[in-house]
Write a protein that binds this ligand. Sequence first.
Ligand code: DAH
Length: 341
Amino acid sequence: MESAHELQSRALAQLDSIWDNAKLEEWRVEFVGRKGAVNALFEQIGALPKQERGAFGKAANAVKNALENAFNAKVGAIKQRELSEALEAEPLDVTLPGRRPQRGRIHPAIQTLREMYKIFGEMGFQVYRTRQVETDIMNFQLLNIPPYHPARDNWSTFYVADTDERVVLRTHTSPGQIRVMRAMYPNPIRAILPGMCYRYEQTSARYEIQFNQVEGLAVGHNITFSDLKGTLTEFARRMFGERPVRFFADHFPFTEPSAQMDVKCIICEGAGCPLCKYTGWLEILGGGMVHPIVLRNGGYDPDEWSGFAFGMGPERITMLKHGITDVRLFWGNDLRFLEQF
Ligand code: DAH
């Protein structure tokens, strides 16, 4: 009995002067650990005469509880002391101004995209989104580009799996033409199809493996090439301001006839400079009259319907507007670039 009380007062006295965690751990091991003094008390019980065992056990339990409670209290006390010491060592100046949160902004390519939505929206074009993972059939075949046709060289293609040449990341937004036609038939269509496209390119200042496109499609009973020219000329006026545009013949498998549209160079106004490669003109988009085969693939009878289509790149247009010379900046996530817009 005596040794139990002695043990308790010796342990508590030691604990009193402990103020760091390493010492506290030593104390715990010595007194209340599995091989500690308290457990040693319990082990003595068996050697006592029977009539003393009950009282001794009770006393040992009381010691155990007392020491464990004291230990837990000490853990809290040490924490509290460490906190006050830290607060004293690193005083907090509550009068300092707070940190200004970083303000996000709209990515420059998306700014241009939104401008396009606005311009075409005011001309009656709705935004229609289609998928980024496409079938080969949609991305190529229904657009009049058969397998093994040399025109495929124009679109370096990511296949979704090595073993499956039937599923691709869309190389352009043009497959959306088929989807929107199939969804809208037999209504007339005026839609733009914005979104991300992917090409298996060596990246460089001019080429990226992903970029946005905006496809335009109008289908109706009496749509002519003049409608295409008028729509795109007005678009260029709204996007680039008053400046001459020119159209000339191009080739795309999904339009016939096909055209390219240029605007007078916004840097040199036609005199010739590095941006326009001394031609005086900047190419901004391709377009044409929807090929009869494509109309039919969309469900519209080309004897009754006609349409125009066009495709342009918001990143490219942003580059021309701001004199940006490296397309990789759009995906570089360099704030020094992005913060300028
Ligand atoms: N899909 C073409 C490309 O990615 C762009 C294009 C050209 C779209 C002419 C059209 C078009 O709708 O009529 O290169």
